[in-house]
Design a protein around this ligand. Structure first.
Ligand code: ZN
Ligand code: ZN
Length: 328
């Protein structure tokens, strides 16, 4: 649908157990780690929270600035456009302006988003929403990215359950390309291409993994990565920051369900997920539909993928969806 080719290899088709060699044996973490900056009692190892959910005098969830931030903001938000300069008359250089924050999902070092209390997952989603909306108020911020890295091969350097938010003042070109494609389709057909896709996937059912009152999860047609799942709100909505209370509760349940299914089927794989949304300034557009992409890290792009951006997916999405559906 996005113009990218994928080779879905039925010759080399793999079953879940075939990926086991890529799975690492995960240490069983303790409930508390004295070295961990995110554990209770070590709050002084982090900067003051930008957001916190309290439980009496105690905290349930905290959002703190990332100590190893890739981007940062000055104390005073500039009210003039940030300069961009030319290098050698060809390259463009911009300031690394933005914000990087960590969502500490629980006090417990050994908590796991897939299995923690559903209302705690709802608080995690609420933290995403609150920080998304707060960071979006800065006129210099073009894009607020919410994502989770779970496990070392997915890029997580700390074991403690956490997600991340990185807001930048530049937009990624592959996101603007996807939005331009969706906008062209909207101008041509007059409907949201994602709403159309969702309806067709629901009608067919072949790639559907799970549905809830407000969401549907499916393995995309010819996905680049095996067992990739996309989670869409059923009602058209372009902007993640507008998610309602009822939708957050519902999303917590279906997000956990997908993660638990992946954990059971693929033996607790490393994974990434990320939220795709229009920026706040584009709030009510008809052409885009926010969603979450969940990708277990089972394979690694190699020379062919790096050279061509054509991926080889060794598990057809229809088979992946059927296997994920079959887990409880
Ligand atoms: Zn910890
Ligand atoms: Zn839509």
């Amino acid at each position: 649908m996005n113009g990218e080719w994928v080779i879905v290899s039925s010759e080399r088709a793999k079953r879940p157990a075939d990926y086991a060699s890529t799975a690492k044996v995960r240490n069983i973490p303790p409930e508390h780690s004295s070295d961990c900056p995110f554990c209770k009692g070590n709050e002084h190892k982090c900067d003051a929270p930008t957001y916190e959910i309290k439980d009496g005098n105690d905290w349930k969830l905290r959002v703190v600035p990332n100590k190893f931030a890739a981007v940062s903001r000055p104390e005073h938000i500039p009210d003039t456009p940030l300069p961009r300069t030319r290098i050698l008359g060809m390259h463009l250089l911009a300031q690394g302006y933005g914000a990087a924050e960590v969502v500490i999902e629980s006090q417990k070092h050994n908590a796991n988003l897939a299995f923690m209390e559903k209302n705690q997952v709802c608080e995690v989603i609420r933290a995403y929403k609150e920080r998304f909306n707060a960071l979006s108020e800065d006129p210099n911020i073009a894009m607020v990215n919410i994502f989770k890295n779970y496990g070392a091969s997915a890029g997580a350097s700390l074991e403690h359950p956490h997600s991340q938010i990185i807001a930048t003042h530049v937009l990624a070109t592959h996101i603007t390309d996807e939005m331009a494609y969706a906008r062209r389709a909207f101008n041509t057909y007059g409907t949201c291409i994602f709403c159309d896709l969702l309806k067709k996937e629901m009608d067919s059912g072949d790639r559907i993994v799970a549905t809830s009152k407000h969401f549907a999860a499916f393995c995309p047609f010819a996905s680049r990565n095996p067992y990739e799942v996309r989670l869409f709100p059923l009602k058209h909505s372009a902007l993640f920051g507008t998610i309602s209370e009822e939708e957050m509760e519902d999303l917590a349940g279906i997000l956990q369900l997908i993660l638990a299914k992946m954990s059971a089927l693929l033996t607790d794989p490393d994974y990434n997920y990320y939220v795709r949304t229009v920026p706040n300034s584009d709030g009510k557009v008809g052409y885009y539909h926010w969603h979450i992409v969940i990708t277990p890290r089972l394979t690694r792009p190699a020379g062919f993928e790096l050279g061509t951006r054509i991926y080889i997916n060794t598990t057809p999405p229809e088979a992946a969806a059927a296997e994920l559906r079959g887990q409880f």
